[in-house]
Design a protein around this ligand. Structure first.
Ligand code: GUN
Ligand code: FE
Length: 434
């Protein structure tokens, strides 16, 4: 039996490496009249429309011209239980957590609430072109179950985990070292490597875990070396000072995680803004991945991520929204703000590197570039369709755009969910056809 094939026609853009500058055409393939042959959730072939059309006589053809077909976006750090926290006024990190975030997250003890919010969360991801995300769930096992069950229902490649937190938060938001360990083990058994799901062991941050819990987290990492690990690092000065009080023996903030054996190439460290030289050395040595969260860092007034400084040490930086401290689900808007954060430091974010970052670059940070983040044959058919003329302002500006780089820069500066003409998850369109 031959399965149903779809031929997506459009302007195909796929990266093979990180572009090293404006003229680095070796890092990507751009096919002006291109096509992708898709079946069973996979990309079977990428090429020019003329080359692929004869092989695909049975396929349904969907013509997306003049939109750009690109790999679905990857968001490497955000918080599922913060869909109703985004856009909360007036405070910096610790006050924001205590006043807005923690009270809201207590509601995810309820399975019905978790399931309802999971539906909204996944709708928002795909309507903004994001097909893979790495999320923090709440402390409650129910929230992680709702997250992974909804991801499986939509056949999305999603990474996540319940947060481990056993102090410095309200009663309804605390586990214990043992219950956190047991719940995490159960969730790993149920969801890690099942379908497209992958688990991230998630000690929230040093402030909300006792040394006993950090030790349990270290044991989990040792017992499950194929799982991801995620946490927050050096986002805010008050956070750093409180961490030093709680862990007086640690050489610095990162040493809290390092001394419990959490640092591996599969570790994602949200923010990583105010780092000491020793911490940067440790990141370079362990190949743990800092995550740049520009809209969040601006919104909470946290600080400026030193992308160029870390890159010059051979460190691979990921990029993410950090919803709900982040202010947009859109990875395009994340690039827009990221560009400005780097401008303030006289660093540059070229649009070719920018679009590589939110696709193949984040896939590389996750070690998943063989599965997602490109449009290569044999990879999973997570695809975004980008309309560079989606708004009046974009249409007008596009009249003066002559190159692919200019068009991409217009998309990253002015684009958002209005520019997402379609999102395919494992070959399936998430929006009704227009
Ligand atoms: N640090 C610990 N928890 C959080 C969170 O939920 N959001 C942000 N931005 N930082 C954190
Ligand atoms: Fe975060």
């Amino acid at each position: 039996m031959t399965s149903k094939q779809t031929l997506l026609r459009g302007r195909v853009l796929s990266f093979t490496a990180e572009p090293q500058g404006a003229d680095d055409t070796s890092a990507y393939e751009f096919i002006e009249d291109g096509a992708l042959l898709v079946a069973d959730g996979m990309i079977l072939a990428k090429g020019s429309y003329d080359a692929l059309a004869p092989q695909a006589a049975e396929a349904e053809v969907i013509d997306h011209r003049p939109s750009i077909l690109m790999a679905g976006f990857i968001d490497t750090h955000l918080h599922f239980p913060q869909v109703q926290v985004i856009a909360s006024w007036g405070s910096q990190l610790l006050e924001w957590l205590n006043n807005y975030t923690f009270p809201e997250e207590t509601r995810f003890a309820d399975a019905g609430h978790s399931a309802e919010m999971a539906g909204h969360f996944f709708d928002l991801l795909t309507s903004h072109g994001t097909t893979t995300a790495v999320a923090y769930c709440s402390v409650h096992k129910t929230s992680a179950e709702a997250y992974f069950d909804e991801a499986a229902r939509r056949n999305m490649r999603m990474i996540g985990g319940k947060v481990l937190m056993d102090r410095n938060a309200p009663e309804g938001l605390l586990d214990t070292p043992v219950s956190g360990y047991d719940d995490t083990k159960e969730l790993i058994a149920k969801y890690h490597g099942k379908g497209r799901g992958l688990y991230a062991i998630t000690p929230r941050f040093a402030i909300t875990s006792t040394p006993d819990q950090m030790e349990m987290a270290g044991a989990l990492v040792k017992e499950h070396p194929d799982c991801y690990v995620q946490t927050h690092l050096s986002e805010n000065h008050d956070e750093i000072a409180f961490t030093a009080e709680l862990y007086p023996q640690a050489r610095d903030y990162l040493d809290v995680y390092q001394s419990y054996g959490l640092l591996t190439p599969k570790m994602l460290l949200g923010h990583s803004i105010h780092l000491q030289p020793r911490e940067i050395d440790a990141l370079a040595e362990t190949k743990a991945k800092p995550v740049f969260c520009p809209t969040s860092n601006l919104f909470l007034g946290s600080g400026l991520f030193d992308d160029a400084g870390l890159r010059s040490r051979g460190i691979t930086n990921a990029i993410a929204t950090d919803i709900g401290a982040g202010t947009s689900y859109s990875m395009l808007q994340t690039l827009n703000e990221g560009y400005k954060v780097l401008q303030l430091q006289n660093q540059k974010l070229h649009p070719l590197r920018a679009f590589h970052w939110i696709t193949r670059g984040n896939a590389v940070a996750l070690g998943l570039e063989g599965k997602i983040g490109t449009l290569e044959a044999g990879t999973e058919a997570d695809i975004v369709v980008l309309d560079s003329r989606a708004t009046h302002a974009m249409e007008l500006r596009m009249q003066r755009a002559g190159t692919l780089s200019e068009e991409l820069f217009i998309l990253q500066t002015l684009g958002d969910d209005r520019s997402i003409a379609q999102t395919y998850v494992a070959g399936k369109p998430m929006k009704p056809a227009a």
